[in-house]
Design a protein around this ligand. Sequence first.
Ligand code: UDP
Ligand code: MG
Length: 311
Amino acid sequence: MDISIVVPLYNEDESLPHLAEWIDRVMESHGFDYEVIMVDDGSKDRSWAVIEQLRDKNPRYKGVKFRRNYGKSAALNVGFSHASGDVVITMDADLQDSPDEVPELYRMIKEDGYDLVSGWKKKRYDSKLAKNIPSKFFNWTTRRLSGIKLHDFNCGLKAYRHDVVKSIEVYGEMHRYIPVIAKWAGFGKIGEKVVQHRKREFGVTKFGLNRFVNGYLDLMSIMFMSKFGKQPMHFFGLVGSCSFLLGFIALVVVCVLRLCGRIALTNSVWFYLSMLFVLMGAMLFLAGFLGELICRNSTTRNSYLIEKELL
Ligand code: UDP
Ligand code: MG
């Protein structure tokens, strides 16, 4: 199969028939062998009924329905696990992403050799204050922290080589960072394509402003997990040891000063500060050690992504 299109959706019943019609038109005119996997993220409207109708008409349509709303990342993750196309395309259900982009995205993966191609909504049709300006800032920090040169990390329209979606795991709200996750998994050839963006015609946006707080916390988790996830001691042990050492030296100095009668311990701020550093150091060290113990028992401690084998 050439292409799997994965569509996460939550309360999008009005858009779905139009989206399906558009996808079919583009796919058929290019002669692709394709499938469309619709993941209903616990919709409360008629979305699932629409998916059943689509399936009845065309067996290329597949559907999964969650019992409740788990979020876009969960929907993508499940969609990925069912995808069997050489190239996997993700697309929002709300008609803001255009299926007309699919053939070129497919070509970039197949011929130009990209592992992942992310859409870039260069001209964006969303509210300026709530989306466009915060997004610029968000993209800038993610670019700086991850070293990946993308303008639009969170674009719903993306294309992946088959191996990529089978090797990565998306959960929580990590869908914003799929390029970062892919890069850490060893898929370094990440490209970008300017894509048409459209106004939302039906329904409402599902993401409010709280996404920024969660977004940054998720970014920190990813950076931290990828750097120190398998060796927590390298972080906590180092910071803890430094803090302990600093505190210990300070404590010795303070005690010597006390013995010379220069200061009284109980009202010296230096005494409390040095104690604080010693304690903090010991605690950080302990946190790292506990982290290591947990890693040692984790079932994934020795799971690596293998690209090639000659056995
Ligand atoms: N979505 C989802 N689960 C959620 C929230 C959103 O599957 O909990 C889907 C939604 O139906 C749409 C896509 O994710 O297909 C993008 O959502 P939305 O258009 O609301 O985001 P925006 O374009 O406003 O950033
Ligand atoms: Mg949208």
